[in-house]
Ligand binder design. Structure first.
Ligand code: ATP
Ligand code: MG
Length: 654
């Protein structure tokens, strides 16, 4: 029997997951935070006196040229952190380590064609200084914006660090984006210089970066110089107009460069969100607070040790590439891997081979990749010795419990803790995550907030919802790495994040807390489906589908339905070798009914070869809603990975 719609607008949770994995004793013994008592003590200490807590963390994490007196100046919804302090992020990533880590490998680079390079902290520092001097010679000054449109090569990190060194504000645009997407972002940011390359490698082909830049340049009036790194062509590069050679620019420069000691609130970067829900937002982060939190959260969540070889597969074009590929690991002085190209090219087991060869100890990747590997089967990873791995991380989307289990068992050999990390471009760093030596994990839960972070599940009126009741996820107190504004659109900052409940940051995600206080992300609030008065998060229904042995990936959306108000349509990709059949559709619908209840049973299931995703690998449900209801696609699609996927879905209406 259908219930009446609930006045609180709470979400109805239907998923039950009872598996719990305590951290391995040996892992806890060596961990930075090795018990729940330690976690709770830190969390309570931070809650009781946030300014004392964050002030102490800020002094420990960073070198400050000038100390701060004011930890936090909070005039909701605007925060300033470590106000009087002056620092420099490139100094904190590089110079600070040189006395002990001059010859330690900072970056292990592997290009898609198989070229390899190791860059030490000393060498990285010299490269950064030369480019920083080069940028200065082009007239780039503190506060100027610099665009970065590069493949995944060490120079991408060099470019970001060089900007930070001279107080220029970088705006990285993912190398897979088109000329239009590049142009839109560069103009919005008002970039003066663009750092780019002739091309990058992906799946054996060249990504034509320079050709895209040439298309965009006439429409990017503010860009005075495009500095071009040579990666995919041979012989002398022929450059024209505003283009100039990267190597010529840096070769002439000195290895040393006086850092610009910037105010804590000096802008560090502008980064456009993935655009899963609409037009990307130019998220602005500033120096001090962002750096403190990136440094601390990387060490705690990944439990970094001096000898770790850490691999984050995210592109530098996403926030994960900023905080957990470049800045966080470098501030902590570890060795990290930068990998260009597709994880499955030229061989489907490329990435397992790399883990075995480089003895990678920490792997941080996205559910989309995990599900793609799952689809390919267990044999590929099993061929390789991955005993060097000790910790696995996931980010970007809710991870279906079965994908989590597969990751833990097949990739992690049932021995590595799995950290499911929830955060956003706007939060600058990880907000919810297990601490691997302390937190017992549950497949599919991002568990608990880091010390100092206050997350709550609230209803529309701002009241906490009960255990296992879904609601909207808010961050209720300011944190150091929070975005400061939407660049060029301060009103959008207030409207998007602080107009649901005054003074509380609205994440746009639905969540519930279980009886242990653990957080479970249920999908985006925009994607909630209302079936016969039940408001369901998409993630739970998708996870029920993925728990069927034939299913690799699923996306669920609502479609107007005369009887129920909304009917559920599920788009499903199957594992390799599983055939499509009407029987399987029925079986899957029944399976969902059995797993989580009749209410969540899809009205229609459609098999798909692929799902429409953002370039960062997130399912774009707003496009699937249009497909499901037979409408034309509306809204921004520049972030869509592959338009053909959408066309294929439209033609597959059997
Ligand atoms: P836009 O804001 O433009 O729609 P976006 O939200 O996809 O784009 P990002 O900042 O890259 O841009 O992604 C953050 C979102 O990703 C979160 O709000 C959440 O929906 C999802 N997400 C990230 N990590 C997790 C996770 N571990 N579990 C569940 N969801 C996650
Ligand atoms: Mg978002």
């Amino acid at each position: 029997m259908a219930e009446a719609p609930r006045p609180s607008e709470a979400l109805n949770s239907v998923l039950v997951e009872n598996r719990v994995f305590p951290p391995p004793a040996e892992f806890s013994r060596r961990a930075h935070i090795g018990s729940m008592e330690d976690y709770r003590r830190l969390w309570d200490e931070a809650a009781k006196d946030p300014e004392a807590y964050w002030g102490a963390r800020a002094r420990e994490e960073l070198y400050w040229k000038e100390p701060f007196q004011t930890v936090l100046d909070w005039k909701p919804p605007h925060a300033r952190w470590f106000v009087e302090g002056r620092t420099n992020l490139a100094y904190n990533c590089l110079d600070r380590h040189l006395p002990q880590r001059q010859d330690k490998t900072a970056i292990i680079f592997e290009g898609e064609p198989g070229d390899r390079r190791k860059v030490t902290y000393g060498e990285l520092s010299r490269q950064v200084n030369r480019l920083a001097n080069g940028l200065r010679s082009l007239g780039v000054k503190k506060g100027d914006r610099v665009g970065i449109y590069l493949p995944m090569v060490p120079e991408a990190a060099v470019a970001m660090l060089a900007c930070a060194r001279i107080g220029a504000v970088h705006s990285v645009v993912f190398g897979g984006f088109s000329a239009e997407a590049l142009q839109e972002r560069m103009n919005d940011a008002g970039a003066k210089v663009l750092l780019t390359a002739d091309g990058g490698w992906r799946k054996g082909a060249v990504v034509p970066l320079l050709a895209n830049v040439r298309k965009a340049l006439p429409n990017m009036k503010g860009v005075e110089h495009a500095v071009v790194l040579q990666r995919t062509t041979q012989g002398a590069l022929s450059l024209e107009g505003k283009e100039r050679s990267w190597s010529e620019l840096v070769d002439a420069q000195s290895d040393t460069c006086e850092p610009e000691w910037v105010e804590s609130e000096h802008p560090l970067f502008i980064l456009y969100t993935s655009g899963s829900t609409g037009k990307p937002k130019g998220v602005l982060h500033t120096t001090g607070g962002y750096s403190v939190f990136a440094s601390l959260s990387t060490r705690w969540v990944f439990d970094l040790k001096e000898e770790d070889v850490y691999w984050c597969t995210a592109d530098v074009g996403w926030v994960t590439g900023h905080s957990y590929l470049v800045y966080g690991p470098l501030m902590n002085g570890v060795t990290s891997v930068i990998f260009e190209g597709a994880l499955t090219h030229p061989n489907a087991d490329r990435c397992w081979e790399l883990i075995a060869r480089e003895k990678i100890s920490i792997l941080y990747t996205a559910p989309t990749a995990i599900r793609a590997f799952m689809r390919l089967g267990d044999d590929l990873p099993r061929k390789h010795d991955m005993s060097s791995l000790r910790l696995l991380g996931s980010v970007g989307e809710p991870i279906n419990p079965e994908a989590w289990m597969w990751y833990r068992d097949v990739i992690g050999g049932a021995r590595c803790p799995v950290v499911d990390t929830w955060w956003q471009t706007e939060t600058g760093g990880i907000m919810l995550s297990p601490l691997p030596g302390a937190t017992p994990t549950k497949p599919g839960s991002a568990t608990l907030p880091l010390p100092g972070i206050h997350t709550e599940v609230l209803d529309k009126q701002g009241n906490p919802v009960g255990a296992n009741e879904g609601g909207q996820l808010f961050i209720t107190r300011p944190w150091p790495s929070m975005l400061r504004t939407v660049y060029g659109d301060p009103q959008r900052y207030v409207n998007t994040y602080f107009s649901e409940l005054p003074g509380k940051y609205f994440t746009g995600d639905g969540a519930r807390r279980d009886e242990d206080g653990y957080f479970w992300l249920m999908g985006r609030v925009d994607d909630v489906v209302n079936v016969a008065g039940h408001r369901l998060g998409t993630a739970e229904v998708e996870s029920a589908l993925v728990s069927h042995k034939s299913v690799a990936e699923a996306a669920v959306v609502g479609r107007p339905d005369e009887l129920k108000g909304t009917g559920l349509v599920a788009f499903v990709t199957l594992k390799k070798g599983v055939g499509h059949s009407p029987e399987l559709k029925k079986e899957l619908a029944t399976h969902v009914g059995k797993e989580i209840g009749a209410i969540a049973r899809p009205d229609e299931i459609r098999f798909a070869e692929g799902l429409p995703k953002t370039r960062s690998g997130k399912i774009m449900r707003r496009l699937l809603r249009d497909v499901a209801s037979g409408k034309q696609t509306t809204g921004d699609t520049t972030t869509l990975e592959d338009l053909n996927v959408l066309a294929a879905l439209r033609s597959d209406e059997d």
